[in-house]
Design a protein around this ligand. Structure first.
Ligand code: ZN
Length: 176
């Protein structure tokens, strides 16, 4: 089932996500609904906060690089109770978008790589070394911010922030 998106200004987006104690059938259903919602909105990642649930889970769509150097999306992946570590000192700066902040794209500086440990829907703990996978590291860092109540617009410089402020204000207003 497709779920309604929480849009900028919704207080749920600012909540610190709760640790998930148990993988229940309801949680599995939520993950499936989140994947459906992500795909329907042409997103490559979605956190539970963005569908109104402040818990520590996000989904992403995986990808492969074609021989021509294009990125093609493949199977999706679910991360429950993720723990990030070994953030590289080297950074990358890329333009990001967010399904909860429609129409706004900003440059965000993030670590170039990171190690992520999480639980999948089968309840297995797994580790991914994304020290040399800048693209996936960027997605994971963006989604992990969501479950800590942080948004990409918090990570921009003052000048950019001032520029997008009117757009953010109108998103907030539209919510009411
Ligand atoms: Zn987002």
């Amino acid at each position: 089932m497709m779920l309604p998106l929480s849009i900028y200004g919704d207080p749920v987006l600012r909540k610190h996500g709760e640790e998930i104690a148990e993988i229940t059938p309801e949680l599995v259903q939520l993950a499936q609904d989140m994947l459906e919602t992500m795909d329907a909105n042409y997103g490559c990642g979605l956190a539970a906060h963005q569908v109104g649930r402040p818990i520590r889970m996000f989904v992403i769509r995986n990808y492969k690089v074609t021989p021509e150097g294009r990125i093609e999306y493949t199977n999706p992946q679910v991360y429950i109770n993720p723990k990030l570590s070994n953030h590289t000192k080297a950074t990358q700066t890329n333009v990001e978008g967010c399904l909860s902040i429609p129409g706004v794209r900003v440059s965000v500086e993030r670590p170039l790589g990171v190690v992520v440990e999480a639980t999948n829907l089968a309840g297995e703990r797994f580790t991914e070394d994304l020290t040399h996978d800048a693209y996936k590291a960027q997605m994971i860092l963006h989604e992990n911010d969501h479950i800590n109540g942080i948004l990409m617009v918090d990570r921009t410089d003052t000048k950019t922030r001032n520029k997008i402020e009117p757009a953010l204000r109108s998103l907030k207003k539209k919510r009411k």
